[in-house]
Design a protein around this ligand. Sequence first.
Ligand code: NAD
Length: 528
Amino acid sequence: MAVSREYPPTAAEREDGGHSRVHLDSRVIVARSPRTGDVLGQVPVATPLHIQTAFAEARLGQIAWERIGVRRRLIFIRALRDALYRQRERIISILMAEQGKVLAEAQFEHLAVMEMVDHYLRIGERVLAPVPVTVRLQPHRRFVIERRAYGVVLVISPWNYPLFLSVGPIVGALLAGNSVVYKPSEYATQVGEVIAAAIAEAGIPPEVFHILHGDGAVGKALIEAHPDKIAFTGSVPTGKKIARAAAERLIPVTLELGGKDAALVLEDADIPHAARGIIWAGMFNAGQTCASVERVIVVRQVADRLLEEMKRAIQEHLLDPAGRPVLSTLAAVTTPFQIEIVEAQVNEAVTGGARVIIGGRRLRELGGQFYAPTILADVTPEMRICREETFGPVVAVLQAEDEQDAIRLNNDSAFGLTASVWTQDRERGLRVARQLRVGHVSVNSHLVISGISEVPWGGVKESGYGRMHGEEGLLQMTCSQTVDVERVRLPVEPFWYPYHPAKLGLARRLVDALYGPTLRDRLRAFWR
Ligand code: NAD
């Protein structure tokens, strides 16, 4: 394979410092399993010509795609749902092979995708329907808010939930009448290909959907091609780069970025239940979830009991009786650079005084990329493990004096994706939830929300802006266009020229009649 000199950059030149198992120095990306290192396949890296052609076709195709209307587009999306159903086994096996997922978690991702597509099928026609509005200053005209497509939507997605985080925005964008240029993560090319195959199987016109492969350099080039909207899911540093590049071109962006989610365990929590929920939400997909529990903020008086129960939950579900990891429950760490970050953060925390309750090391003896399910106690807020994202099966436990202290510790974070409150008093849970600066709070649950379709999804602060899922996720793939048409032609237009004396009092009369604080003020409009 010929080696490119200018484009794309070599692995060593890449922004991840070359921590890569993909080979971008040639014109292909080779996908390897993080469990075994086996080669799974390869895809071509997009060239500038591919990018130019994809955008040109997408622009042209979009016009007819929008024009056919939502009802006909729904037929295609229904066919896509059916194709994703038929491809279930293939999709699940690719998620396991390429991302290192365990069977149950690959199945959950497929389920979440089916539900997402079905959700859009259920709400599409209603949410995208024109909305008539009565405008009281213009009663002689009919106003309708219509939802128009942006044009070409660029979808850039990460590797941790490559199916769910790609299909959601792709389907939302297509249903709203946009065409899509899609760049999967360079660590999820095989998943990207299976999505593209399902879209082709559904008969969606090829000009309205284009898949292009590559790393950050290709992502950058795609933004330079000037899409009309960008739907990005990924890390904070990349999100900031994308926001800057988009700002230069005034392209609207949705940014779904990282998290440092906390579970707040109050003194009245059901401790065994909280421990099981926290361990599941911290270890699911080996902790490689934007909304996984990374910090546990526990009120001091129940801290020891919680640690004990959390350790028990790991021993029960993730380890066998001999203490070896159960590989049908513990996923692999998908990328080599993430496992290095996890190792560095844990080691630094331990050097700084954190106590390893269980785990705390890389499982080199298993081959592949595995990290032991880990609980760290005596963690302090300034440690890197409390401030930066940890994409591994690690939960860091901080102690709080009381409820208010727990709220303060939660909000003392650059991130604001989700959080959970664990208490047996549901009213108290709601009261605490409202004081947390995050996009979503669960009481006595965590993480499940990230796969739910009916409610909006997204964070605050450095966790990003814009929303996916719910109705907002679909609406954000559109811009409103208001059209107003005359119902009747007035003999005299009240606001147009000429400003003859009868019109001069009009604005005053209207202000009196509509906004006068008292009845007397309002009646003044008619005395004039
Ligand atoms: P990443 O930011 O490294 O990459 C994400 C995507 O951006 C990839 O496709 C990558 O090729 C592309 N990219 C990289 N540099 C680019 C550039 N300069 N211009 C355009 N595109 C570029 O993230 P990742 O490691 O793939 O994914 C993990 C991150 O995603 C974590 O931070 C996680 O929290 C976050 N995430 C967020 C959500 C959410 O909904 N908030 C969901 C899942 C993952």
